[in-house]
Write a protein that binds this ligand. Structure first.
Ligand SMILES: Cc1ncc(COP(=O)(O)O)c(C=O)c1O
Length: 434
């Protein structure tokens, strides 16, 4: 090529949650059946979409010819009216339908939110980080993602002092990202800490991004408060979607709610850029938008979510009971989303540890891979080869400086869930003692 055609942030676009699958598939081909604990797709894990939701979808496809057409750029007006109404009756920041912009899943929203931000402007996000945010942000800046600590010694709550120090020392930071409830830790942020984060944004003239895709998946007595409840007059945006809730990840449907565009001209211009960019794409997928108010407005919807949440809580307690007995680990119960992060305490891992592979072939597959300097990845490959269990390492998967891994609470069969957790626990004991 006569000029460099490589995107500056090309090396930042990594997504270990799916990359680990390639290794697992090779192991599967070598005759080992895999237990997929890596991906947050409830449907792929066997969760059944309720019949009444399927009926709403099928009736819409049969009876509503417009569900096959384009929708307005921002999304169907009726759907945005529904969302704005529901938002406003909760109290906090008030919105109108024009403050809502639909995307083809939040993956699309996340990509646009960072792509259309001035290249020098940085968003600080949590560590551990959900990689779609951290990779897209790093890619946009052509420089590693800047993070603040979620404290593994304090329920994974954001360390606001760390956040404030980093914001103070880096004038390129223009915004703060929260993921609440959090992926990968299952943390649900307290309203007190959210207020402190908003105060940092206010003090340093920043805007806020809150990824709330799991906002209706909360349990164990914890209460989730949305960004809108604490944002006051600081500019910000919240992200929501139906991938996890319905669950319908294949619909590729999510939306952004803009708050306080009238309080900051630059933020308003930035929001307009996102809307204009969507206009170039014409619009987002119509069918799930048609369906959304019918499903969320159905009297069966919240009881259905309550039932699911109860089951996630039981699994969170079970996994905690199993892993908290191992002194080399640091573990907290999940209170939201459907993930838990298990951390190896400092100094526990070394590169000489191993597990016996199920057969020679799989041993050979992981041999070149375990040369990695990331010691949790080393464990994850051994776990794959010896137990056929596929989890995601914390360091490479979630941009973290800690060693650990993420499990999901998605396995629908309780007995099987417990057996898999026990199997991971026995592998850890064997590994650290090896
Ligand atoms: C925190 C978070 N945000 C966004 C997404 C992307 O969701 P979508 O299916 O809407 O693209 C995910 C998916 O796992 C997620 O965990």
């Amino acid at each position: 090529m006569r000029k460099n055609i490589i995107y500056e942030g090309a090396d930042s676009l990594t997504y270990e949650i799916r990359e680990i699958v390639e290794v697992a598939q090779k192991i599967e081909k070598a005759g080992i059946s895999i237990i997929w604990e890596n991906i947050g797709d409830p449907v792929a894990k066997g969760e059944q979409v309720p019949e009444w939701i399927k009926k709403i979808v099928s009736d819409t496809t049969k009876n509503d010819n417009l569900s096959y057409g384009y929708s307005p750029t921002k999304g169907l007006l009726q759907t945005r009216e529904y969302i704005a109404y529901e938002r406003n009756i909760e109290g906090g920041a008030q919105i109108v339908p024009d403050d809502i912009l639909f995307f083809n899943g939040l993956g699309d929203a996340i990509s646009n939110v960072y792509t259309y931000l001035n290249k020098k402007a940085r968003i600080i996000g949590p560590n551990p980080a959900y990689p779609t945010h951290s990779s897209a942000e790093a890619g946009h800046a052509g420089s590693p993602h800047i993070t603040y600590k979620l404290d593994p010694e304090n329920n994974w709550y954001p360390d606001v002092a760390d956040l404030k120090k980093k914001v103070k020392n880096n004038s390129n930071i223009v915004g703060i990202l929260m993921v609440n409830p959090d992926n990968p830790t299952g943390m649900v942020c307290s309203q007190k800490i959210m207020r402190e984060i908003v105060a940092v944004a206010k003090e340093f003239d920043l805007f806020l991004i809150s990824d709330e895709i799991y906002s209706n998946l909360v349990y164990g007595g914890s209460e989730h408060k949305k960004l809108a409840s604490v944002i006051g007059n600081v500019p910000g945006l919240a992200m929501r979607g139906i991938s996890k809730e319905f669950p319908w990840p294949g619909a590729r449907c999510g939306w952004v709610e803009f708050y306080n565009r009238d309080k900051d001209a630059q933020f308003a211009r930035y929001a307009k850029t996102l809307i204009d960019a969507k206009m170039l794409e014409v619009c987002s997928t119509t069918l799930p938008q048609k369906v959304l108010p019918k499903v969320m407005g159905d009297k069966r919807y919240y009881p259905y979510l309550a039932k699911r949440n109860k089951i996630y809580w039981q699994k969170s307690e079970k996994a905690y009971e199993i892993f908290s007995k191992i002194p080399e680990l640091l573990v907290y119960k999940a209170y939201g989303a459907f993930y838990m992060t298990i951390v190896f305490r400092k100094g526990v891992l070394n590169k000489n540890q191993s597990l016996k592979p199920k057969n020679k072939k799989v041993g050979d597959i992981i041999k070149p891979l375990i040369e990695t300097p990331q010691l949790d990845k080393h464990f994850v490959y051994h776990l794959l080869a010896s137990r056929g269990i596929c989890v995601v390492p914390l360091s490479s998967g979630f941009n973290s400086d800690l060693y650990g891994f993420r499990i999901t609470l998605l396995e629908p069969n309780e007995k099987r869930f417990e057996a898999v957790m026990n199997d991971i626990a026995s592998a850890i004991k064997e590994y650290v003692a090896s």
